[in-house]
Design a protein around this ligand. Structure first.
Ligand code: S2G
Ligand code: ZN
Length: 461
């Protein structure tokens, strides 16, 4: 054990510290597969005091710190590739102090998202932020990346559900931010600085999370569409007529890869170029047949070719599976991934422009589209052609990246809609933020992390 680590152990004798290769490999990586993890070691604190002790030690020994939650990030925000100390919050996973009147609950950073969803359900309430990785992602990471997911259209991003935030800054101070108050107009709301800061200002160690009343039973309507422009026409029609909790989109290529796994039968007899999945209040439960009338109207207009409305919660889950299993269906193709957003009304034009650009420059690359199109959020995946060597593919994808971000800039969009900036996109931050803004962010980082030990190299160029 190195002298600094021995010193850490001496200062915090109860702190769980792992230096074995398996732990360093396992905790030094998130879902991005571009980096070789090489942390100094992994610390697993059980208390805020241990987190503060780690920060004070890191300042003294000038060791960088990388926060580690569920490590489900896709931008390299939790990657430790240069001798950092990984600080895992998996041992800080208590939920408690439920306040039924305020509808809030205190959670430590290591609470798994699904555990909070289950806790809320057990109290007859609902925690609505949801995404495919909720079974392993942790609240600290969700807050640090302001995670979005599939229900943003009705419930917003994680930011909306944080009533209070406990953070340990890069100076080792513990800040209790907002303390769960519904109203608190007392100057800058640092809570919102830390939400989405990707561990670059300090550690999220706990949060007072808001819960809400559960929605009525939801149904899923899966529609087959002939053209991209219809995706937005259908969105406008249904958004006016019913209460949507999700409006997802995927291309037929995406569906093709899902079906190729052989676990799901095709949803319709005839394939279509695009599909949208709507989650809405179940007409069978509400007795409101507006959704069916809107479907018929879209059918008459030729904006929809076919559709299926779930008749049970089980069938709703089966219909969601078409969308939720896309990511794992294409993983074997080591895809180039990107996560961007443009103004909702410009989504079809953006997709058409990028498709044309990629087809012209990389005719043998297969482009897979899916995403939370109701928020203007697109997930772009380009699959590696089987015959192309991975290194050559990754080189080509550097150019693809440049072209994607150039188009995002032209469309006035965001270079990262929900996956954050992390390590992967750090150098492209100027696509969406001005030089002045970046300079101000660096100034703010200096206040909370004067020694630059908090997740250095992430988010900020
Ligand atoms: C999604 C998750 C992972 C991916 O499916 O909505 O945010 O493949 C993504 O991009
Ligand atoms: Zn997503």
């Amino acid at each position: 054990m190195s002298a600094p680590l021995a010193r850490l152990h001496q200062q915090l004798p109860q702190l769980v510290l792992r230096t074995d290769d398996d732990s360093r490999q396992h905790y030094g990586l998130d879902w991005t597969r571009y980096y070789q993890p090489a942390p100094l070691a992994v610390a697993l604190p059980a208390t805020v005091a241990e987190v503060q002790g780690i920060v004070r030690w890191a300042r003294e020994h000038r060791v960088a710190l990388v926060p580690s939650g569920g490590r489900t990030g896709l931008s390299g925000g939790a990657v430790a590739a240069s001798g950092e100390l990984v600080v895992s919050f998996e041992r800080m996973n208590r939920i408690g102090d439920f306040d039924r009147v305020a509808r809030t609950v205190q959670c430590e950073a290591g609470v798994v998202t699904a555990a909070l969803q289950q806790y809320a359900s057990g109290k007859g309430l609902y925690y609505p932020v949801d995404f495919a990785s909720s079974g392993s992602s942790q609240l600290g990471g969700n807050i640090a990346t302001n995670a979005g997911g599939i229900k943003v259209i009705r419930y917003g991003m994680t930011r909306e559900w944080v009533a209070g935030l406990s953070v340990v800054t890069g100076t080792g101070e513990l800040l209790e931010l907002n303390r769960g108050l519904a109203k608190n107009n007392t100057g800058y709301d640092f809570r919102h600085l830390f939400i989405g800061s990707e561990g670059t200002l300090g550690f999220v160690v706990g949060a007072c999370m808001k819960l809400t009343l559960p929605p009525p039973p939801q149904a899923v309507l899966l529609l087959a569409l002939p053209a991209l422009a219809d995706v937005m026409r259908v969105f406008e029609v249904f958004r006016e007529g019913v209460s949507l909790s999700a409006y997802e989109f995927f291309s037929d290529q995406a569906l093709g890869h899902v079906l190729a796994r052989g676990q799901l039968a095709a949803p319709f007899e005839v394939r279509a170029p695009f599909y949208v999945l709507l989650e809405l209040d179940d007409p069978m439960h509400s007795g409101d047949d507006s959704a069916l009338k809107l479907f018929e109207r879209c059918l008459e207009q030729g904006w929809v070719l076919d559709g299926v409305l779930s008749q049970s919660a089980q069938q709703a889950q089966q219909l969601w599976a078409y969308r939720e299993s896309i990511s794992e269906s294409i993983t074997p193709y080591t895809p180039y991934k990107n996560d961007i957003a443009v103004t909702i009304s410009r989504v079809p034009a953006f997709i058409a422009s990028l498709d044309a650009l990629l087809a012209a420059n990389y005719p043998d690359f297969e482009v897979i589209w899916y995403g939370h199109i109701g928020d203007g959020n697109l997930h772009i995946n380009v699959l590696k052609p089987p015959a192309l060597a991975l290194a050559a593919f990754r080189d080509a994808c550097e150019q693809v990246n440049e072209q994607v971000f150039a188009l995002v800039r032209d469309f006035g969009g965001s270079m990262s809609a929900e996956h954050g900036v992390g390590l992967l996109k750090r150098d492209y931050l100027p696509v969406s933020r001005s030089a002045q803004e970046i300079e101000m962010m660096q100034g703010i980082k200096k206040v909370f992390d004067p020694d630059g030990i908090m997740n250095p190299g992430k988010l900020l160029p």
